[in-house]
Design a protein around this ligand. Structure first.
Ligand code: ATP
Ligand code: NI
Length: 249
């Protein structure tokens, strides 16, 4: 197995309260896979993304190890080896044209042409390259964030809540885009509260609750009434999907 990203015994401690916000997290991402981390609001999903990238605020203490290809992952590898598709479109630089922002993380050779081709492939149109973020719709800005991740040299992409409050159509568009990210050869850690989206994309699903991983489940284990699932919480999540409610009634 080719482990691209490995998280070992990660703990995040809130110093003031001495309360653990993440506890004993172990995960590994194999080359080419999509691993989803699902959990309710406040379970610690975004903290995990921040901890991996060494982006936690000062009041939180991080323990444990993060490896990229079996070497300790350092801040300087952010954007180069591991890139974040952030939750908020505000992450785009308001003062830089879109084309430049996409090119910024690309390998130098031929990057202008590649950037234009990428915009077209993602259904944005090459003319977007000359625009500034404020000249984009919210949906276009999200696509640009995906374009930056695809274009970057990073082979691990962490997507934090890529489908927040989107309607069904926008959500399916985003899921198709994330499939493009995978087809571009990237390994994805998909962080989401949206279990349905996770099932559509991921081979493995890690269930996070109150800062702990309850279980990591292969997609195939989600079947029937959930008899192959270990935790009551995971079963309930599975059974409360609309299609399962329908068949059970
Ligand atoms: N800097 C901080 N100081 C103290 N507590 C924090 C800090 N950042 C986050 N928390 C707490 O840690 C917990 C996990 O937060 P986190 O943002 O990771 O949740 P989440 O699973 O991403 O939720 P959501 O789905 O709403 O984005 C929450 O209870 C939050 O209040
Ligand atoms: Ni979050």
């Amino acid at each position: 197995m080719n482990n691209l990203l490995t998280i070992k015994k990660l703990n995040v401690l809130h110093q003031q309260s001495q309360h653990y916000l993440l506890q004993d997290i172990n995960l590994s991402l194999t080359s080419g896979e999509v691993l989803a981390l699902v959990g309710e609001s406040g379970s610690g999903k975004s903290l995990l993304a921040q901890a991996i990238l060494h982006l936690l605020p000062d009041n939180l203490e991080q323990k444990g190890e993060i490896y990229y290809r079996d070497q300790p992952f350092s801040k300087s590898q952010r954007g180069k080896n591991v890139i974040l598709i952030p939750q908020s479109i505000d992450a785009l630089d308001p003062l830089m044209k879109i084309g430049k922002q996409i090119e910024g993380l690309m390998k130098k050779a031929g990057r202008h042409q590649q950037m234009l081709a990428l915009l077209t492939r993602l259904g944005l149109g090459a003319e977007i390259a000359e625009r500034y973020p404020f000249q984009l719709s919210g949906g276009q800005a999200r696509r640009v964030l995906v374009a930056i991740a695809i274009g970057s040299a990073a082979d691990v992409v962490i997507a934090d809540e890529p489908t927040p409050g989107l309607d069904q159509k926008a959500k399916q568009d985003m899921i198709a885009l994330l499939k493009e990210v995978q087809q571009a050869g990237k390994t994805i850690l998909l962080i989401t509260h949206d279990f349905e989206a996770a099932l559509q994309l991921a081979e493995q699903i890690a269930v996070l609750k109150d800062g702990r991983i309850l279980e990591v489940v292969n997609r195939a284990e989600f079947t029937g009434e959930g008899e192959r699932l270990q935790h009551h919480f995971t079963k309930k999540m599975w059974q409360s999907l609309p299609q399962n409610l329908f068949t059970r009634s």
